[in-house]
Design a binder for this molecule. Structure first.
Ligand code: SAM
Length: 208
């Protein structure tokens, strides 16, 4: 168990009990994502948490593999999917970087509220690119703390030294977009509900 999975395991029940901060924006992000989904889609989500996003999209797609490093988050997600009688979602404990999946085998990769929590977001973006089929899309929602005017961006970098806080990376929207384009993606859609809120980016891997 890493210090990060320790942190997320410890807060899983609390996380599951919290209402969504900005319900309207979350719903708009779900709706926008669904414009990219079909009944044939093979969807890979990483950092799926308690599974809410995967469960919401499940009736619209062929198959979803929802992954997370936290066993406790996944236990809650599995319980929710079972209760909803969904049979096209598999939950798996893994990191995107070590996932056992052939390249170019997914139509959509989802990474919601996760890229700012990774010490190596660029490696994750490159891996998503490899895993996507040509023409596939990577849908992400990311807190860009570097653009925030608050004191938080100065304090956040020290979080990684303690297992009692999440590791948080500080970067802005422009730098995030650059990471996508450097990996080969073309950014197709960008939406930030408020100046300091998480940005939705939909990035496409070019065809051929
Ligand atoms: C802020 S929560 C977001 C959960 C979910 N995507 C959502 O939008 O509600 C972050 C999730 O990422 C997971 N996580 C943290 N580091 C990870 C990593 N390196 N690889 C995969 N998942 C990770 C945590 O366990 C947690 O479930």
């Amino acid at each position: 168990m890493t210090s990060q999975s320790f942190f997320w395991d410890r807060i899983a029940n609390h996380y599951a009990s919290q209402p969504i901060g900005d319900e309207a924006s979350y719903q708009k992000k779900l709706d926008r994502t669904q414009e990219y989904l079909t009944s044939e889609s093979r969807v890979l989500e990483f950092g799926c948490g308690t599974g809410s996003t995967a469960i919401y999209h499940s009736p619209k797609v062929g198959r979803i593999l929802a992954t997370d490093i936290s066993d406790q988050m996944l236990n809650i997600a599995r319980g929710k999917a079972k209760e909803a009688a969904l049979n096209n979602i598999d939950f798996e404990q893994s990191s995107l970087l070590t996932i056992d999946s052939p390249n170019e085998s997914w139509d959509v990769v989802l990474g919601m509220s996760i890229l700012h929590l990774l010490s190596d977001k660029d490696a994750h973006i490159r891996k998503a690119y490899e895993l996507l089929k040509p023409g596939g899309v990577f849908v992400s929602s990311t807190a860009c703390i570097g653009d925030m005017g608050s004191w938080f961006k100065f304090v956040a970098p020290v979080f990684k030294w303690t297992p009692f806080l999440p590791s948080v990376q500080v970067f802005g929207v422009e730098s995030l977009k650059q990471s996508f384009t450097q990996a080969g993606f073309a950014i197709e859609y960008e939406w930030q509900p408020e100046p300091n809120s998480a940005v939705l980016l939909i990035a496409r891997k070019p065809n051929g």
